[in-house]
Design a protein around this ligand. Structure first.
Ligand SMILES: Nc1ncnc2c1ncn2[C@@H]1O[C@H](COP(=O)(O)OP(=O)(O)OP(=O)(O)O)[C@@H](O)[C@H]1O
Length: 249
């Protein structure tokens, strides 16, 4: 569950170049919601994700995750709830290291320093089992270097790595923007499967209106720092793809 109560975010407050990136926004995203966020450049989409993730603090208002007020909580301390995937499939993975080592590093990143992630054998079996559900044929190629995979494969693995640690909320920040259409489709389908399989609450920011139409059960359209449209699951069923394009005319 994600809740924003009257949240605003200004940059350069009080200066000539002040920007109100998010204005008095109140919204609740329920457990299991799969929300797609669209909007023109500069409309506040990334600011919205950054406020949820905690790498920006609101100027006003409060933010709750899983019923806990996290407004003052740093990004690191929210990471037990939040998995986040960015645009660039190369970020967050080490190309020269094996697939398995990349999974190991990702698992260690969210663990306190005194915790281990099980024996090599147990961890390898866990990764194999999780990977096999994606049907990419990689479960028996864990020694292959990460850099030998395509951008789409890497992004799919990044997604899986990000949620293996019991995250409840998945934030996707234009995860397919750097990919060709076929790879982008593959990554979106993988993301959709992972969201279902892991029973996640998800927020996807995208400029791809076809994806916004195809995936998720709710659409938010941002405009100049406010939520201009909040399309529910029932309303979304009545929408045509052309309606989404018309929002941007
Ligand atoms: N760190 C910052 N300092 C100053 N202004 C910022 C900062 N981050 C964002 N902004 C401004 O806040 C507004 C909202 O930006 P934001 O990145 O949230 O938009 P967006 O909808 O994600 O855009 P895009 O689709 O281009 O990624 C923009 O006017 C942007 O220039």
């Amino acid at each position: 569950m994600i809740k924003l109560n009257n949240v605003s975010k200004s940059f350069n407050k009080g200066k000539a170049n002040e920007v109100n990136a998010l204005r008095s926004t109140t919204i609740e995203i329920k457990h299991g919601d799969n929300v797609v966020v669209v909007g023109a450049n500069g409309s506040g989409k990334s600011t919205f994700l950054n406020l949820i993730a905690g790498n920006l603090n609101p100027t006003h208002g409060t933010i709750l995750l899983q019923d806990v007020d996290v407004t003052q909580l740093a990004e690191y301390n929210r990471s037990k709830w939040i998995a986040r995937v960015f645009q660039n499939p190369l970020s967050g993975t080490a190309p020269d290291l094996s697939i398995l080592t990349n999974f190991r590093l990702a698992a260690l990143r969210t663990k306190p320093k005194n915790l281990t992630i099980g024996t090599d054998k147990a961890f390898k079996e866990l990764v194999q089992q999780k990977l096999s559900t994606l049907k990419m044929g990689l479960e028996n190629k864990l020694d292959q270097p990460m850099g030998s995979l395509s951008g789409g494969q890497r992004q799919a693995l990044t997604l899986l790595m990000s949620v293996m640690d019991d995250a409840k909320i998945l934030l996707l920040d234009e995860p397919t923007a750097a990919l060709d259409p076929r790879s982008a489709n593959f990554v979106m389908q993988t993301a959709d499967k992972i969201i279902q399989d892991y029973n996640l609450t998800a927020v996807l920011v995208t400029h791809n209106l076809k994806d916004a139409y195809t995936y998720g059960n709710r659409i938010l359209q941002f405009s100049e720092g406010v939520i201009l449209r909040d399309i529910s699951s029932e309303e979304k069923k009545q929408l045509e793809l052309t309606d989404l394009f018309a929002w941007f005319e």
